[in-house]
Design a protein around this ligand. Structure first.
Ligand SMILES: [Zn+2]
Ligand SMILES: [Zn+2]
Length: 766
């Protein structure tokens, strides 16, 4: 695609007419939401009046066909580049946003994202602006009246009929353009005089977009604060605040890792830190995992701050747009949201907080594949602001950054109220008989005891469905039944009487015989939350139990309703996937059961042990948070595995001491950087050949410090009928990987329909 267009179409050049002056600049640099790593230059025609500013979206002709396309202006230059004739550039057709959507800081951040995550600048920019803002949802286009400047300066000297003179005077005094209806009302006239003014050329009409009056919920919710009961800080909380004070009050870049055990009161530290910056007229962004955006969390923020915006995935486009506008207008003190809230257009940012920073949901799995935690640290650095990362089980990358002094680690070792950490007992499943399914005898007995004592019970099993696999009984075949479109075993969902693929959501009826060898009587095995629910109901019929997983929590608000009922004591047993392990605080939970701690342990992923440790430690932390001590039972086939042993002892340091040397030995993160190249397409040999060709190119260009692994079929070798191969690049630091990718990507042409994706710092390795 060339940026200079020799055969430009006259349609885009309405102003052309031999006017030499108009053929000059200025010029706008435009990028597009496409995988094109280039800034295109366009001429800004004089007819655009205000011109074009960086951060605005514009419509421009693109490519040989000059199809109108939306792009982002990233810079404006007075001169044409490299002395090229101004008339050779295509012109900007129109400006789509006024004022600009993107400020200078966000332009810089997205440019960094583009180079770090190997996407185009336009793709990074497009991720920053929510769809509702791009569509300008909740606004309408109207016709407004304005007065040309020369008329405005001399209107008092004009001799006009009285009604016209009055209407013109009202319009001249108005700071904003007015609609015809507004002007009729203000000047107390009919539309006739206004039509006459337009015909005389004294008044012009412009098309403009304005927000519809917000109905219902206001963008920034002022209906907050009942009594601001601010708890007294514990000595540890006080010490952490003291350590952060210079950064909070001095607007300096610093990354703090608040490493606090579960129940140590990290949230209170966040709230206190935010109070400091809000008191100085600044704004704070708080990122939490989507699943933690519960009413309980939001209430804690509402109680302390008057103007907060909550950005969650259930917002309508119009609501999202309204929030965006009010944040950009400085009407919001605290923005609480999931991953993409890192891009909230806070113009007086004072602080960023990331709770549960180890969560993998902060990584976006589509282009641009950014990690919100790392983008947030970069944003804080560019805007010279402090950032707080909080976790009981920090990601090893974060741990290492603290160990080498890039981040300041602030430990919190005590639970609030000096409550003890819950005692964790391991149950070795290889010694237990599980006659009915998932609950061992010790776990049943513990449940009975806790329930009789009026305590509540949480059971975690990180697998949905009833049976987790269906297998052929014929010993010569013995295949599991897989999805037609994916290389994935199907899960049996008994309630819906269907086999479901958890990768592509395809559903099919249960086959009467093996699809491979036609053997009848297929075997069903493995236990999911649906089966656990049946088992719990049968074993504890006198108590109310509820299942919480993405099958039962389909409708918006259902998650909140179940949690509220559990909190109110209407439910005694809550069972579910890791959904129930995230940052919830229920004082009356006296028993937590982990039904199978090993679900993540044997994944083909170097983070398998870390994930297992985090999950068990986090769910164990859900108990013993009230006045009564908590108990945790963890069922496992691998009680001697260090990830499970350390989680049972609440021993993060012990886990790190085991895990880090392993990572170092293989140069895995946090000691090395990875980039994953994933090729996919409908024809397996074509994908494989392309990846082999890619390997040759990489080898030819790779410096010595980059090692290349693969290509090999990805662990999930087929998804939605597309075959997947991957290559892994590794080096000590990210820079050689970026340079290598830039060198190779420039003239890379996957044979259609093969697609190639690059994932820098991958979190998902399947
Ligand atoms: Zn599938
Ligand atoms: Zn078979």
């Amino acid at each position: 695609m060339s940026l200079v267009n020799g055969k430009r179409q006259a349609a885009w050049f309405a102003d052309e007419g031999g006017d030499e002056v108009d053929a000059e600049g200025p010029f706008a640099g435009i990028v597009f939401n496409r995988p094109i790593d280039q800034v295109f230059t366009y001429r800004i025609p004089a007819r655009l009046g205000q011109g074009v500013r960086p951060g605005q979206r514009v419509r421009v002709p693109l490519g040989r066909g000059n199809k109108p396309a939306v792009g982002y202006c990233v810079r404006v230059d007075p001169e044409a580049p490299e002395g090229m004739a101004a008339s050779r550039f295509k012109e900007v057709i129109e400006v789509l946003d006024d004022p600009p959507l993107i400020d200078a800081a966000m332009l810089e951040l997205t440019r960094w994202m583009a180079s770090y995550y190997a996407c185009s600048w336009g793709q990074a920019l497009d991720a920053v602006v929510p769809a509702g803002v791009k569509k300008q949802a909740g606004t309408k286009v109207g016709t407004f009246l304005t007065v040309p400047d020369e008329v405005r300066q001399s209107f008092e000297t004009l001799s006009l009929p009285t009604k016209q003179a009055e209407a013109l005077a009202v319009l001249c005094r108005s700071e904003e353009p007015l609609t015809v209806a507004d002007l009729c009302r203000l000047a107390k006239c009919a539309s006739g005089p206004i039509t006459a003014l337009r015909q005389r050329g004294l008044v012009r009409t412009v098309r403009r977009r304005l927000a519809k009056a917000a109905n219902g919920e206001a963008a920034s919710d002022g209906a907050a604060s009942d009594a601001k009961a601010i708890p007294t800080l514990t000595p540890e909380q006080t010490a952490v605040m003291a350590a952060m004070t210079p950064a909070l009050e001095g607007d300096e870049f610093a990354t703090f890792l608040i490493h606090g055990v579960t129940g140590s009161g990290k949230t209170e530290v966040y709230l206190s830190a935010i109070e400091r910056v809000v008191a100085r007229g600044r704004e704070a962004i708080v990122l939490v995992p989507e699943i933690s955006l519960t009413p309980q969390t939001i209430r804690r923020f509402r109680r302390r701050f008057g103007k907060i915006a909550v950005l969650h995935s259930h917002l309508s486009d119009a609501e999202r747009h309204r929030h965006w506008r009010s944040i950009a207008a400085g009407e919001v003190q605290v923005i609480v949201g999931a991953r993409s809230a890192v891009f909230a257009p806070a113009r007086r940012l004072g602080l960023i907080v990331i709770d549960e920073e180890h969560e993998s949901t902060f990584k976006q799995e589509t282009t641009p594949r950014y990690h919100a935690r790392d983008v947030a640290v970069k944003r804080a650095q560019l805007e010279r602001r402090p950032i707080l990362l909080g976790s009981a089980t920090p990601a090893l990358e974060t741990w290492r950054n603290a160990a080498v002094g890039r981040y300041v680690r602030l430990p919190m070792r005590e639970r609030v109220g000096a409550r003890p950490m819950p005692k964790v007992e391991l149950i070795d499943l290889s010694h237990e008989r599980l006659p009915l399914g998932g609950l061992s005898e010790p776990l049943r007995q513990a449940m009975t005891a806790a329930l009789k004592d009026n305590g509540q019970v949480m059971l975690m099993l990180n697998r949905r469905g009833f049976h987790t696999f269906v297998i052929c009984p014929n010993p010569r075949c013995n295949q599991v039944v897989k999805c037609h479109a994916c290389d994935v075993a199907l899960t049996y969902h008994k309630g819906r009487r269907l086999l479901i693929c958890h990768t592509c959501d395809a559903e099919r009826p249960r086959p009467s015989a093996c699809p491979n060898c036609r053997a009848p009587n297929l075997h069903y095995g493995g236990i999911g939350t649906e089966r656990l629910e049946r088992e719990v109901e049968a074993a504890f019929p006198e108590y109310v139990s509820r299942r919480m997983d993405s099958d039962t929590m389909r409708t918006p608000g259902s998650h909140e309703r179940v949690l509220a009922a559990f909190r109110a004591g209407e439910i005694q047993i809550l069972l579910g996937t890791q959904m129930i392990a995230k940052g919830l605080d229920f004082p009356n939970v006296t028993l937590v059961g982990v039904v199978n701690a090993d679900t993540a342990l044997h994944m083909p992923d170097f983070r398998a042990a870390e994930r297992t440790f985090q999950l068990v430690a986090q769910v164990a932390g859900r108990t013993g948070r009230g006045d009564r001590p908590g108990r945790v039972l963890v069922q496992t086939f691998a009680p001697d595995h260090y990830a499970i042993e350390c989680a049972a002892r609440h021993d993060y340091d012990g886990f790190v001491a085991h895990e880090l040397p392993e990572r170092e030995r293989f140069g895995m993160p946090p000691f090395g950087r990875l980039a994953r190249l994933i090729g996919r397409g409908p024809d397996e040999p074509v994908v494989r050949d392309f990846m082999e060709e890619l390997l040759e190119r990489l080898k030819a260009a790779a410096p010595a410090e980059v090692t290349i692994q693969g290509p090999a079929p990805a662990p999930i070798s087929k998804i939605r009928n597309l075959f997947r191969y991957h290559l892994r690049l590794r080096s000590e630091s990210p820079r050689p990987l970026q340079l290598l990718w830039q060198a190779v990507a420039a003239d890379l042409n996957p044979p259609a329909p093969v697609e190639l994706a690059i994932d820098v710092d991958p979190v998902n390795l399947l």
